[in-house]
Design a protein around this ligand. Structure first.
Ligand SMILES: [Zn+2]
Ligand SMILES: [Zn+2]
Length: 91
Protein backbone atom coordinates (compact mmCIF):
# COMPACT_ATOMS: atom_id res chain seq x y z
CA UNK A 1 0.00 0.00 0.00
CA UNK A 2 2.65 2.44 1.04
CA UNK A 3 5.21 0.93 -1.29
CA UNK A 4 3.02 1.76 -4.28
CA UNK A 5 3.08 5.42 -3.35
CA UNK A 6 6.81 5.41 -2.93
CA UNK A 7 7.26 3.73 -6.26
CA UNK A 8 5.10 6.29 -8.01
CA UNK A 9 6.42 9.42 -6.39
CA UNK A 10 10.05 8.87 -5.60
CA UNK A 11 11.33 7.88 -9.02
CA UNK A 12 13.02 11.19 -9.72
CA UNK A 13 14.70 13.73 -7.51
CA UNK A 14 12.46 16.67 -6.71
CA UNK A 15 15.28 18.84 -5.44
CA UNK A 16 16.31 22.12 -7.00
CA UNK A 17 19.48 22.43 -9.00
CA UNK A 18 21.89 25.03 -7.78
CA UNK A 19 22.48 27.81 -10.26
CA UNK A 20 19.55 27.09 -12.58
CA UNK A 21 16.55 26.77 -10.23
CA UNK A 22 15.35 23.83 -12.34
CA UNK A 23 13.94 20.68 -10.80
CA UNK A 24 16.72 18.12 -10.58
CA UNK A 25 14.87 15.01 -11.89
CA UNK A 26 17.91 12.91 -11.09
CA UNK A 27 17.63 9.24 -10.20
CA UNK A 28 17.14 8.75 -6.47
CA UNK A 29 19.36 6.58 -4.33
CA UNK A 30 19.13 5.59 -0.70
CA UNK A 31 21.90 5.10 1.81
CA UNK A 32 21.76 1.60 3.28
CA UNK A 33 23.50 2.87 6.39
CA UNK A 34 21.57 5.98 7.49
CA UNK A 35 18.51 5.82 5.20
CA UNK A 36 19.08 9.18 3.55
CA UNK A 37 17.46 9.47 0.12
CA UNK A 38 18.64 11.77 -2.61
CA UNK A 39 20.36 12.01 -5.94
CA UNK A 40 23.97 11.56 -6.90
CA UNK A 41 25.78 14.50 -8.45
CA UNK A 42 29.22 14.81 -9.97
CA UNK A 43 29.84 18.08 -8.14
CA UNK A 44 29.27 18.70 -4.46
CA UNK A 45 26.25 20.82 -3.56
CA UNK A 46 24.74 20.64 -7.06
CA UNK A 47 21.20 19.89 -5.90
CA UNK A 48 19.20 20.80 -2.80
CA UNK A 49 18.36 17.12 -2.39
CA UNK A 50 21.78 15.70 -3.18
CA UNK A 51 22.71 12.76 -0.96
CA UNK A 52 25.72 11.22 -2.70
CA UNK A 53 28.87 12.48 -4.35
CA UNK A 54 30.25 11.20 -7.64
CA UNK A 55 31.89 8.22 -5.92
CA UNK A 56 28.61 7.17 -4.29
CA UNK A 57 29.63 8.25 -0.81
CA UNK A 58 26.81 9.31 1.50
CA UNK A 59 27.10 13.02 2.29
CA UNK A 60 25.34 12.58 5.63
CA UNK A 61 27.12 9.67 7.30
CA UNK A 62 30.11 9.37 4.93
CA UNK A 63 29.34 5.68 4.30
CA UNK A 64 30.89 4.18 1.19
CA UNK A 65 29.43 1.37 -0.91
CA UNK A 66 26.03 1.68 0.78
CA UNK A 67 24.22 3.43 -2.06
CA UNK A 68 21.07 1.65 -3.27
CA UNK A 69 19.19 2.78 -6.35
CA UNK A 70 15.49 3.22 -5.58
CA UNK A 71 14.11 2.74 -9.07
CA UNK A 72 16.73 1.08 -11.25
CA UNK A 73 14.34 0.36 -14.12
CA UNK A 74 12.90 3.82 -14.43
CA UNK A 75 15.47 5.60 -16.55
CA UNK A 76 13.42 5.31 -19.73
CA UNK A 77 11.22 8.44 -19.49
CA UNK A 78 14.19 10.54 -18.55
CA UNK A 79 16.32 9.14 -21.36
CA UNK A 80 13.53 9.72 -23.87
CA UNK A 81 13.11 13.27 -22.66
CA UNK A 82 16.83 13.93 -22.93
CA UNK A 83 16.99 12.36 -26.38
CA UNK A 84 14.01 14.43 -27.49
CA UNK A 85 15.49 17.77 -26.43
CA UNK A 86 18.77 16.76 -28.00
CA UNK A 87 17.41 15.95 -31.44
CA UNK A 88 15.16 19.01 -31.56
CA UNK A 89 18.08 21.33 -30.94
CA UNK A 90 20.06 19.70 -33.75
CA UNK A 91 18.32 21.26 -36.70
ZN1 LIG B 1 24.32 7.59 4.94
ZN1 LIG C 1 18.74 16.04 -7.12
Amino acid sequence: MRYEELKGNLTLCSGTRKGSADTCRGTLHRCGNCGTEGCKQSHADSCSNQAFNVLGHCLKCQATNRMETLAPGDYTPQQAWLAGTDSSSTH
